[in-house]
Design a binder for this molecule. Structure first.
Ligand SMILES: CN1C(=O)c2ccccc2Sc2cc(NC(=O)[C@@H]3CCCO3)ccc21
Length: 138
């Protein structure tokens, strides 16, 4: 009966991690997001779900932690992630939100699965945290 208010917007600039992802991982993470945003199925995920445009005032009654590709990119840029795992978890959150609200067999959920498959291929090439610097490698 009452539409839930929009959840707190991320990234939370007042609670950034003390030890964020190192620069070589941050750079790769940004490269991945740029590649995902170019995919044909990425369109609906490029920005936060717009409950006014989509006329879904009760969206936040079902989806307590909204997530999208722009929010993920902003979180990378402001060093809100401590490790690539947290980026993977946010991508999964975005996909699960879609499954919950639209149903796993919906067209939009197939699109979410498609871009997640591409994301998982890219994340395989993420360098390890303590990648040896060029100069010290044997
Ligand atoms: C992920 N997702 C949804 O999960 C969603 C939620 C409710 C109803 C439909 C959908 S499919 C969808 C469509 C858009 N489309 C748009 O934002 C634009 C603007 C309004 C119509 O197209 C954005 C997000 C989205």
């Amino acid at each position: 009966s009452n539409p839930a208010p929009i959840p707190t917007i991320e990234p939370d600039m007042d609670h950034l991690p003390e030890h964020p992802m190192p620069p070589h991982q941050k750079r790769h993470a940004l490269t991945i997001m740029k590649a995902i945003k170019r995919l044909k199925d990425a369109g609906p995920f490029l920005k936060p779900v717009d409950i006014v445009k989509l006329n879904i005032p009760f969206y936040y009654n079902y989806i307590k932690k909204p997530m999208d590709l722009l929010t993920m990119e902003k979180k990378i840029q402001v060093d809100a992630y401590e490790a690539p795992k947290q980026l993977v978890d946010d991508f999964e959150l975005m996909v699960q939100n879609c499954f919950i609200f639209n149903g796993k067999n919906s067209v939009i959920s197939q699109m979410a699965r498609n871009i997640q498959a591409s994301f998982e291929k890219h994340i395989l090439h993420m360098p390890p945290k303590d990648a040896p610097a060029e100069s010290t490698r044997r």
